[in-house]
Design a binder for this molecule. Structure first.
Ligand code: ATP
Length: 371
């Protein structure tokens, strides 16, 4: 499923040079973004970067200050919210307090004039999905925050709108329920063939569920891509830092060929990294080198290669069950993090607190980025 790679595919939603100002404040800044039918698309970014504003403009609750939004090739300019084939689930759920959970969920279906038997069937299925079967008769004020959120989710999903906008839909759920619901949402979206646009500031959630992600900052999109693209090939330090954990080292480019970029790192060791398509990174420039913890090998034995290897002391150890995190203090004082799968740890190279260890990595394990 990769419609964005097909030059002939028409986007389902298209934001074209959209700006939204509140007074002098620019909440969305000349933003262009295409989303395809049946995509599970996430807007990811820190609080206040304009994610919700973008959804609200698509739903019709705000008009862009300039630029235009298209749905299925048709401009949405001036189209009122109820005339758009869009349903939005809000951060504040707006449930009807006097109605039971079942009636809250059934409300939209009744409004749409759907037959009673079918309503019962669809509501039952959704209640099961969000694990609220035993709460069907309760009123919203007799529910926990997480349960209320699931009612709101059920109420949006049961209508099967072609486009569902979800603003932090799982924010109030505990970790376990959240993870289960993530997969259920994905199944549902695929089974019903819907397009989902979701706002989250939880990068793990965005990575798990999305076909593609837009990473945003201050009203603009910094990078779009599949979870793997964003994780493996961030286009900037901002994106690398925002998604997962990353070690960022500073250095000066001392040599650059088509294949290899060589940096003299400020931490006193030479870094060789595969050259990527970044013309601005030229010899003598200062740059960042970003590498994920899982790409670093930890060993008490000195590696044979001189480059991409640095010695340090085990500073912290975090045991996570599937893996162990090592914070290693280099002689320069910099702390680097390495994570090792416990299944891959060997008994002949045990590692404990204050041990001297070598960190090493392959040239294609990290990425050189503009400073
Ligand atoms: P969060 O994750 O906290 O929900 P967000 O990325 O969704 O954040 P938005 O709600 O889109 O952010 O808000 C973007 C910016 O626009 C914020 O700085 C916010 O204060 C501002 N803003 C949003 N709505 C209004 C409004 N009606 N009037 C004035 N400023 C607004």
């Amino acid at each position: 499923f990769t419609p964005w790679l097909d030059a002939n595919a028409k986007p389902y939603i298209s934001f074209q040079n959209v700006t939204k100002k509140f007074g002098d404040f620019v909440a969305v800044d000349n933003l262009t973004l295409n989303i395809y039918e049946r995509e599970f698309y996430s807007l990811l970014g820190p609080s206040g970067c304009g994610k919700t504003t973008l959804l609200r403009m698509l739903a019709g609750f705000e008009e862009p200050s300039s630029g235009e939004i298209f749905l299925d090739g048709v401009s949405l300019k001036g189209v009122p919210p109820h005339k758009r084939p869009v349903n939005m689930m809000f951060q504040s759920y707006a449930l009807f307090p006097h109605m039971s959970v079942r009636d809250n969920i059934a409300f939209g279906l009744k409004q749409a004039g759907i037959a009673k038997a079918q309503i019962t069937e669809r509501v039952d299925a959704i209640l099961k999905l969000v694990k609220l079967e035993e709460f069907a008769k309760r009123k919203p004020d007799q529910l926990s925050g997480g349960q209320r959120q699931r009612v709101a989710l059920a109420r949006s999903v049961v209508l099967r709108p072609k486009l569902l906008l979800l603003d932090e839909p799982l924010g109030a759920l505990d970790k376990k329920l959240r993870e289960e619901t993530q997969f259920e949402l994905m199944d549902l979206q695929q089974d019903l063939g819907l397009t989902f646009m979701i706002v989250t500031h939880d990068q793990e959630e965005a990575m798990t569920m999305s076909d593609r992600i837009a990473v945003m900052d201050k009203g603009t999109v910094i990078q779009t891509g599949t979870p793997a693209e964003i994780y493996e090939a961030p286009n900037s330090r901002y994106v690398a830092d925002f998604i997962g954990t990353v070690n960022t080292l500073e250095g000066k480019i001392v040599e650059k060929t088509d294949k290899m970029t060589t940096l003299l790192g400020n931490d006193g060791f030479t870094i060789e990294a595969a050259t990527t398509d970044r013309p601005a990174l030229t010899k003598d420039k200062t740059a960042w080198f970003s590498i994920r913890p899982e790409k670093i090998k930890v060993s008490r034995k000195k590696p044979e290669k001189q480059t991409n290897a640095v010695e340090g002391e085990i500073w912290d150890i975090g045991y996570l069950g599937d893996m162990t995190l090592f914070n290693v203090k280099l002689d320069s004082g910099t702390i680097m993090r390495a994570s090792v799968l416990n299944a891959k740890r060997t008994v002949d190279d045990p590692i404990g607190y204050e041990d001297r260890v070598w960190l090493s990595f392959d040239p294609d394990a990290g990425i050189v980025l503009e400073r």
